[in-house]
Ligand binder design. Structure first.
Ligand SMILES: *Cc1c(COP(=O)(O)O)cnc(C)c1O
Length: 373
């Protein structure tokens, strides 16, 4: 049986949180002399920012809740997804005692957050087709495994993880929090795990405004979980973690959900365009199927290709040294002109890694390309 109190570090359970001025008086009207703010105004050309923002961002949560099909009390907003990632580690994992489990290749911040907090990491690699090795995960968890990180669609592979595997872990690992990072969910043809929150008290879902919503610069991440867990995150977060301009812009964005959906449609068309055109390039060996806004592509000579692209000022992510991603570059889907530029630069790459010494001796034949996989 899942019991959140058994999962939390004891001092978090008993912690008395900072109580801000805006926690102690929540009325909107009055003479506000309680927060040592500047009563006159701000030194900015536009906008007044002299008052502290709502520490709980209720306006955003009330607008976001119906969009996501959750209750406002099931939402935590952070300074990027980075903030809930770190808070989850800090709330549950005691250094030198507890551990968390990740499935490489996956998003780097889970490991960094564990390292920052001096927390042990158990790594159970995904299968070669980037799916969860459920049996290996369940065999690897210990009584001290507090967090199990799943990323679906996964970064850097781009694919959704099988729902059956996620469900099996949610059901078996009932003394751990199971976090499903859905940063790319808008690009996938599937529903969110948020619909399962009331069924699984150990489920945490992360989403972000950084990708589909086009607001990476805002730094606004969403965490959906049981009201009980959200209250814990609220207790340990910096009091005013989401600035007033961010709150204003997020409300503005949420009023334009249709535009987000249109951009997603356009990006999906471009993803298809890129995949179709990459397929005809001789240097391309594998285009991994993607449910996200990027493609993981295996090249014959990834390092050479990466450098060739950089020389032409086309910047992609070199993942060729990452587990299960041998020879792969991760390519974000751009707008049409960018994708065409990428394709034309890819086309001009001649494989300089095949030197005359590598050629078969005495045949007089040109070096031929290896068979495509
Ligand atoms: C981009 C990304 C995020 C978003 O991080 P923010 O801090 O919200 O910008 C989260 N998880 C994964 C897997 C990502 O790729």
């Amino acid at each position: 049986m899942f019991n959140l109190n058994n999962l939390l570090r004891p001092h978090i359970l008993t912690l008395t949180p900072y109580s801000s001025a805006r926690d102690e008086y929540t009325g909107k009207v009055g003479v506000f002399l309680d927060a040592n703010e500047n009563p006159i105004g701000s030194t900015t050309d536009t906008g007044d920012y002299n008052r502290y923002p709502d520490p709980h961002q209720w306006a955003i949560k009330h607008r976001l809740a119906p969009i996501k099909g959750v209750r406002p009390e099931q939402i935590f907003l952070g300074n990027g997804s980075d903030e809930p990632i770190d808070l989850l580690v800090r709330a549950t994992c005691a250094p030198g005692k507890d551990n968390l489990l990740i499935m490489p290749p996956t998003y780097g911040m889970y490991e960094v957050s564990a390292a920052v907090n001096d927390v042990d990491i158990i790594k159970v690699p995904l299968t070669p087709d980037f799916q969860v090795d459920t049996a290996a995960v369940l065999a690897a968890i210990t009584p001290n495994t507090k967090l199990i990180w799943l990323c679906s669609p996964n970064n850097p592979s781009g694919n959704l993880l099988q729902a059956d595997a996620i469900r099996a872990i949610l059901e078996a690992a009932d003394h751990s929090l199971v976090i499903v990072d859905e940063a790319y969910i808008d690009f996938a043809n599937t529903s969110s795990w948020t619909s399962e929150l009331d069924k699984y008290p150990n489920l945490v879902v992360l989403q972000t405004f950084s990708k589909a919503w086009g607001l990476a610069a805002l730094r606004l991440g969403m965490c959906f979980a049981s009201e009980e867990l959200i209250q814990v995150l609220n207790k340990i977060k910096p009091p005013y973690n989401i600035s007033a301009p961010t709150q204003t812009l997020a409300l503005d964005a949420l009023a334009h959900e249709e535009e987000k959906n249109e951009m997603v449609e356009q990006i999906l068309i471009e993803r298809q365009f890129l995949a179709d055109n990459l397929r005809s390039l001789l240097s391309v060996e594998v285009i991994h199927p993607s449910d996200a806004n990027f493609l993981l592509v295996q090249f014959e000579d990834a390092k050479g290709m990466f450098e060739h692209l950089i020389e032409q000022q086309v910047i992609v992510r070199d993942r060729s040294k990452v587990k299960l991603c041998d020879g792969c570059l991760r390519i974000s889907v751009g707008i049409r002109a960018e994708n065409e530029r990428l394709l034309s630069v890819l086309q001009t790459f001649t494989n300089v890694s095949i030197t005359p010494d590598d050629l078969p001796l005495g045949t007089g034949e040109e070096a031929t390309k290896p068979e495509l996989v």
